[in-house]
Design a protein around this ligand. Structure first.
Ligand code: ATP
Ligand code: MG
Length: 593
């Protein structure tokens, strides 16, 4: 029997430096990702004030100075070691991690591809200690000078991995990315002071402030001044924040910030729910702007999905989708939700909270930071909002109507009305279109979707996943008007379709419904298609421009608007009314100067 000879072993353990460099590929893709990691460490350490200093887009130098709890001198070498962390100790801790960091690899990864130095001082120490790491080689800790907290300095990112360095973009681009990462973190903690400097010039200075003020500085004063407050809470979920009024949406997606337990994430489930909630008030090529904080029991969300921790996975994504959708729909449905190209001033002026941090107590605890802080900061903001909502919902019996009384019609297009704040201008057709549309929807919502049997059933090829989803979701499909059965492992047979949508491509419709049901637990595709149809009907049914209305007719329209959900914008997202306050008019005529 021929003997088999094996070649020398081909599998070997990689040296630690290389392991860390591989990890760095995912964790520190560019200066902005290193900055994000350092800022998260400072927040986890309970910092109240954080200063960032960048040189050459953060590639040459990136320094973060915080006033957090500091690191024990004997822990310094561990802070630079891979898989060493103070934030979790067991699998249970991992499953309930409330800190931003928990993998214990960020500093080790940065140290493998840059020159890294940490100076840190615990309050109990007589002086600070410094430790350095260059391309994975860690120096012994030595005494250093620092009043308190931790300073981390990263120099010459990727100096020892030139291939990687080539992927870095221009200084301006890398700085812009850093600025973005900085803004996301700063948005998530309005009560923490932040500053940012680039090449010695200060580009941002944020004092501790309330949430709306922070949003104003970072996302734009126009957004903060006109946004609608969202606040919704269930037993296990809470959603708070600011969303753009339908008239203030944008041409790009650049102002969309979702934080889950204080962490900025890109999440498909919540993102889809947000888009759906806007579907009824948004023109299709516009994008909503929002700053939303979703808080959820950490045990119900997996944050350990990706090394950069920019994605999460919800254990019950259906529940999250439903919750976010309903919270936003409710906020957007308020009849007088602000709208318009210029901010209309609601009666009594916009709800802008007074300054200050709203009596926040800066409690330091690594375990509860991520979840506890944002909500507290939003407390002041939303107490005003809730009060406002109540005023809209149940006006005092003798309160003057929000949109006032009609004065005249302008060129058959606009209604001019006078209310307590000043002049109101209403786009007659747009307003009526919304009223008709909401009425049609309400009438149909009360009924189940009727089903229409097909004379010739449609057989469609399907993936095994689709066949399974159709079987599992049979009851829901029936409630939507579909009768579907499996015709084989890769075939579905459609025997009935929703009658209102009978003219549409049944197989295509079913496919979208099934994919939504799989991904988000429920389907809104049908509702959307139905609403599209109703919206077209409404447009044709609404009063056309150039029809003259009597004053009582105009007043009737104003009263109907006040009673109609989403009356602030028409079905295409255009505003239906704008307010000119007396002060605005006075300014036009230079009165009182
Ligand atoms: N600014 C800081 N202030 C106080 N301690 C810090 C600071 N930065 C880092 N540390 C300590 O160093 C440890 C290692 O930090 P590192 O960022 O590498 O890992 P981590 O934050 O625990 O997890 P992750 O890799 O997910 O960020 C932390 O667990 C923390 O104890
Ligand atoms: Mg960290």
């Amino acid at each position: 029997m021929a003997s088999v000879t094996f070649p020398v072993a081909l599998i070997r353990s990689l040296p630690e430096l290389l392991v860390n460099q591989i990890a760095a590929g995912e964790v520190v893709e560019r200066p902005a990702s290193a900055l994000k990691e350092l800022l998260e460490n400072s927040l986890d350490a309970g910092a109240r004030s954080i200063a960032v200093d960048l040189v050459e887009g953060g590639v040459r130098r990136l320094r973060v100075v915080d006033d957090g709890c500091g690191i024990e001198p004997e822990d310094l070498p561990l802070a630079l070691a891979r898989f060493a962390t103070s934030k979790i100790a067991t699998l249970e801790d991992l499953e309930r991690a409330a800190t931003l960091g928990f993998r214990g690899e960020a500093l080790a990864s940065i140290g493998a591809v840059a020159r890294l130095a940490i100076v840190s001082r615990r309050p109990s120490e007589h002086h600070a200690w410094r430790i350095a790491c260059e391309a994975g080689v860690v120096s012994a800790p030595e005494p250093a000078a620092l009043a308190a907290g931790t300073t981390v300095e990263v120099e010459d990112l990727y100096f020892n991995t030139p291939a990687r360095r080539k992927f870095l973009k221009s200084e301006a681009t890398e700085f812009a990315r850093c600025d973005e990462a900085f803004a996301r973190i700063a948005l998530s903690r309005p009560q923490v002071a932040f500053s940012l400097a680039h090449n010695g010039r200060r580009s941002s200075h944020l004092p501790p402030e309330d949430a709306r003020a922070r949003v104003g500085r970072l996302v734009g004063e126009d957004f903060a001044g006109s946004a609608i407050d969202v606040r919704s809470e269930s037993a296990r979920l809470r959603l708070e924040g600011l969303v753009a009024a339908p008239g203030f949406t944008r041409a790009t997606r650049d102002a969309q910030f979702l934080f889950v337990n204080g962490r900025f994430v890109r999440d498909k489930v919540a993102g889809h729910a947000i888009r759906e909630a806007y579907a009824d008030v948004l023109h299709h090529d516009r994008h909503p702007a929002y700053v939303l904080f979703l808080e959820i029991d950490p045990a119900l969300v997996d944050v350990n999905v990706h090394p950069a921790k920019s994605e999460v996975r919800f254990r019950e994504s259906n529940a999250v989708h439903q919750f976010v959708f309903h919270a936003l729909s409710r906020a957007l449905a308020a009849p007088m939700a602000k709208t318009g190209d210029r901010p209309p001033v609601p009666l009594g002026g916009p709800a802008v909270p007074s300054g200050g941090t709203g009596g926040l107590s800066p409690v330091f605890s690594q375990a509860s930071l991520a979840v506890a802080q944002p909500s507290a900061a939003y407390e002041t903001l939303f107490s005003t909002a809730v009060a406002d909502e109540r005023r809209l919902a149940s006006p005092a019996p003798d309160a003057p109507p929000a949109l006032g009384y009609a004065l005249a019609q302008l060129h058959g297009v606009y209604i001019l009305a006078q209310n307590a704040a000043g002049l109101v201008i209403v786009d007659m057709h747009a307003a009526h279109e919304r009223i008709v549309y909401e009425g049609l929807k309400e009438a149909l919502d009360a009924a189940v979707l009727p089903s229409q049997p097909l004379l010739v059933p449609i057989a469609m090829t399907a993936t095994p996943e689709e066949v399974e989803a159709a079987g599992a979701g049979r009851a829901e499909l029936e409630s939507l008007g579909f009768d579907v059965a499996a015709g084989g492992p890769r075939e579905l047979v459609i025997r009935a379709v929703p009658s209102l949508l009978a003219d549409l491509d049944g197989a295509g419709l079913l496919r979208s419904v099934l994919s939504e049901m799989r991904e988000f637990g429920a389907s809104r595709v049908l509702l959307e298609r139905r609403n599209e149809l109703l919206s077209t009907l409404a447009c044709h049914g609404a009063v056309r421009a150039n029809r003259s209305l009597t004053v009582p007719e105009m007043n009737a329209l104003l009263r109907q608007m006040e009673q109609t959900e989403r009356a602030g914008s028409c079905n295409h997202g255009r505003p239906t009314w704008v307010q000119f306050a007396m002060a605005d008019l006075d300014r036009l005529f230079l009165r009182g100067r």
